[in-house]
Design a protein around this ligand. Structure first.
Ligand SMILES: [Zn+2]
Length: 96
């Protein structure tokens, strides 16, 4: 799935802070990192703003969401297109 398609699907809204941004302020985030076998299908890609991407840094998504409850709440509200199997892994790891 192309970046612009992901942004359009998510309404240009960052799934971590919940705010809407212009396309040039947005990035694509992989729920399951590519190095861990994650692909570029729509169910593995979410829209993230540059600020949240920096905040997340190189942490694994589950570690970032566990440490940032507001981001986890927004993720559960807005990341509606993520594959259920990825969501189950996150919920298991975060334990909420
Ligand atoms: Zn954000």
């Amino acid at each position: 799935m192309k970046r612009e398609e992901v942004f359009a699907r998510d309404g240009h809204r960052c799934v971590y802070c919940g705010e809407v941004f212009a396309a040039d302020e947005l990035t694509i985030d992989h729920v399951q990192p590519r190095v861990r076998g994650g692909d570029r299908s729509g169910g593995n890609l979410v829209t993230a703003c540059g600020g949240c991407n920096v905040l997340k840094g190189h942490r694994r998504l589950a570690d970032f969401l566990r440490a940032t409850p507001s981001a986890y709440a927004n993720f559960r509200r807005y990341a509606r297109h993520v594959w259920p199997r990825h969501l189950r892994v996150l919920e298991d790891e975060i334990g909420q």
